[in-house]
Structures are given as structure tokens and as C-alpha cells.
Design a protein around this ligand. Structure first.
Ligand code: 5GP
Ligand code: MN
Length: 327
């Protein structure tokens, strides 16, 4: 694809590069960004990873994690050393880059795989056929003739395991397994990565899961819909976890479930973070898009402008309509 060559050409010329990802960067955003960092450093470039919000310690096993700088304020971003190219990994829209957008002086490269990506970069490599953004990064590195080493492959494999839900989501295809095999050929310890990513929970994480089970809601109208709704006080009582990612899997695991949601009310009750998941052919991205969010057809998110009661009033009918409307 031409876009891959365009991104590679810009990176080939640049000496100073900053890599970033979206707010609350996840396994793919961090893994893709770190793989790119290691790859470009191999070419002798000066590369930093600057994230727009605090990162979950869960990902600290990734090589290079300790070097990531968190910059939450634009004033601080503007004081950072100028870079020629800013590379956004796994982010669908400019606003989700938070303060790191203020680092941009030269070109902005947008590497992503979200269907809802709005093409906010100067060069956009948005490959929706890729299972994760790390796969997009690998192809850009391929254009630059940078081979993967074990460190880069570790970051890519973690990203792949994360974004395919451990090879369980609908983006898991034959190409994914072929690529996974290539990554294993680089000498990574896949079992250790899986352990770090999937079987490492803090006591606090388990308390959050208990709260989630307590707040499970089965839809009274359509049993294919279920979710977890957490109020501001609920969350205050246990404390915010570093990572909410897994909680939506609880309603999703119910027998017969086709669409699952997680709602998390802000402490001031002014908004609710929404995570949505569906099994094909059902789609949740259109519902997230209605509230200015996005993501993938079967995994999307948004911020609802209201309190939890309002979200519980407005969202379920829209999700039921998705269940009723799928071909
Ligand atoms: P999660 O529910 O895990 O936060 O997000 C699911 C998917 O939707 C991820 O791919 C994530 O990047 C995307 N996503 C979540 N929230 C938003 C949002 O507010 N805007 C956009 N554009 N994408 C989002
Ligand atoms: Mn991703």
C-alpha cells in the first residue's frame, strides 16, 4: 500500500522521532509504540515514547516500558525537545492524543487499524485488515527493511494477544496465526507474555471483579444484552483500577450474550465512560459513534454526556435496536 511507503519515507528522513498513543493506552497502543521505538533506534534515530496518560503497571514487562514519559499537560508537552516526526499508534482521532498533540512540530503520522479512524495525520496508514496496530507498525518497519528482533516481537505479540482477546475475537484469522508464528520464530517467550498479560491480577483487580459481578444487569427485554453499570460512588468505594479492560468480559461471557456493555460513571456524575462489545454479525460501533466515540464494529467506546441513570435509559434501547437490526 502506498500509505506504508509514505510513512516509511518520512521516517527514513527523520532523525528525531516521538512515538505516542491514545489516552489510557492499552496493550496494542503501548506494544505497537514500543516496537516502533526499538525498530527506529536500530536505524540510529533518536526516539522517545510520550504517552498522554498514566500507564497501567500491567504492561511493565514490555521492553522499553520504563522509558515511556507521561505528559498530561500541553504546557509541558510544548517544553519537550522538538521532534521532526510525531507518530501516533492505535489512536482513532486527534482528541484522543490528549496533551501529546502539542509535541507536534513537523509531520504527524497516524498508524492505526480502527475503522472509525478519521485520518487526522499528515500521512495516514489506517489498515483495517490488520488485527492490531502493532501489525501496521511491523509493515512500516518492513518498508524500512528493519527486521524484527526478540524485543520488538515481544511488544508485537503482546499487542496481538491483547487486541485479539487472546486469539478469541472475530479479528482472529489465518493471517494472525501466520504472523504469530513469525513472532515466535524471533525467539520470544510467548507463555511468559501470556502469563504477564492474562494471569497477573492485583488484589484490587479482584475486588473490582466482585463489584462487577454485583452490578451485573441482564436486559429484561432482550436476553442477548447484558452489562455492568458502576456508579460514581461504587467506583469511589473500591478505587479506580489501573485497567478496566477485562470487566466487560463478565457480561460477555454469559451464555447467549451477543452485546455487552460496561458503564462507569464519573465521580461528578456529569458523564459515563462506555465500553461496548458485540459478537458478529452484531455491531456496536454505530452506537458509540452516536455519542462522538468510535472503535471497531465489535469493540467500541464513547463518553456519554449525562449521569448513569440517563445512560441506562438511553443506551439499552439503542443496543437492542442493533440486535434487532442485524442482517
Ligand atoms: P474500550 O472499550 O476497551 O475502551 O475500547 C474499545 C475500542 O474502542 C478500542 O479500540 C478503543 O480504541 C476504541 N474506543 C474506546 N473509546 C473510544 C472513544 O471515546 N473514541 C474513539 N474514537 N474510540 C474509542
Ligand atoms: Mn488496537
Amino acid at each position: 500500500m502506498q500509505e506504508y511507503q509514505g510513512a516509511a519515507a518520512l521516517l527514513r528522513e527523520a532523525d528525531v522521532v516521538v512515538v505516542t498513543s491514545h489516552v489510557n493506552a492499552d496493550g496494542d497502543g503501548i506494544g505497537a509504540g514500543l516496537a516502533l521505538l526499538h525498530g527506529l533506534r536500530g536505524l540510529g534515530k533518536q526516539v522517545r515514547f510520550v504517552a498522554p496518560s498514566r500507564l497501567a503497571a500491567l504492561y511493565s514487562f514490555l521492553p522499553g516500558f520504563d522509558e515511556i514519559t507521561v505528559v498530561e499537560q500541553e504546557e509541558e508537552a510544548r517544553t519537550l525537545e522538538a521532534c521532526e516526526v510525531l507518530v501516533s499508534c492505535d489512536c482513532g482521532s486527534r482528541d484522543r492524543l490528549g496533551a501529546t498533540i502539542a509535541i507536534q512540530r513537523g509531520a504527524l503520522i497516524n498508524l492505526d487499524h480502527h475503522a472509525s479512524n478519521d485520518g487526522f495525520g499528515d500521512v495516514n496508514v489506517v489498515d483495517i485488515a490488520a488485527a492490531c496496530s502493532a501489525q501496521v507498525v511491523t509493515r512500516v518497519l518492513g518498508e524500512l527493511a528493519i527486521p524484527l528482533d526478540a524485543r520488538m516481537a515481544t511488544c508485537c505479540y503482546a499487542a496481538l494477544v491483547f487486541d485479539t482477546g487472546r486469539f478469541m475475537h472475530s479479528n482472529t484469522n489465518a493471517a494472525v496465526f501466520r504472523w504469530a508464528a513469525e513472532l515466535l520464530d524471533c525467539g520470544i517467550d510467548a507463555a511468559a507474555i501470556n502469563r504477564a498479560l492474562s494471569y497477573t491480577k492485583s488484589e484490587h483487580d479482584l475486588r473490582i471483579q466482585r463489584l462487577g459481578l454485583d452490578r451485573l444487569r441482564l436486559d429484561a427485554v432482550d436476553r442477548r444484552l447484558a452489562g455492568i453499570a458502576l456508579s460514581g460512588p461504587d467506583i469511589a468505594a473500591v478505587g479506580e483500577p489501573e485497567d478496566w479492560g477485562e470487566l466487560v468480559e463478565i457480561p460477555r461471557s454469559l451464555q447467549g450474550n451477543q452485546i455487552a456493555y460496561l458503564m462507569r460513571e464519573a465521580a461528578d456524575g456529569a458523564s459515563v465512560r462506555i465500553s461496548l462489545r458485540a459478537n458478529p454479525p452484531f455491531e456496536v460501533e454505530p452506537v458509540a459513534a452516536r455519542f462522538g466515540g468510535g472503535g471497531h464494529k465489535q469493540a467500541a467506546g464513547c463518553t456519554f454526556p449525562g449521569n448513569l441513570a440517563q445512560a441506562l435509559h438511553e443506551l439499552p434501547p439503542l443496543l437492542r435496536a442493533q440486535l434487532a437490526g442485524a442482517k
